[in-house]
Design a protein around this ligand. Structure first.
Ligand SMILES: [Zn+2]
Length: 67
């Protein structure tokens, strides 16, 4: 976890894309870049809940028999 916690007075939710503090101009995003990323997700038709990966990578399960 990066230790750049937001200031105590910050009420705005963090940027749903990069979790940085949102900017008023691009709220709820922090910048045009993140706003464009979110827009691109909508267009690509695979928009997911912020923080959740759109596609879960097939993780190889640990071989318990080899434990
Ligand atoms: Zn951002």
């Amino acid at each position: 976890m990066p230790d750049d916690s937001p200031p105590m007075g910050a009420r705005r939710p963090p940027c749903p894309i990069c979790a940085k503090a949102g900017a008023e101009a691009w709220w709820p995003f922090c910048s045009k870049r993140c706003a464009d990323i979110d827009l691109g997700r909508w267009f690509s038709g695979r928009y997911a809940i912020p923080g959740e990966p759109a596609e879960v990578p097939a993780a190889s399960e640990p071989d318990e028999s080899d434990f």
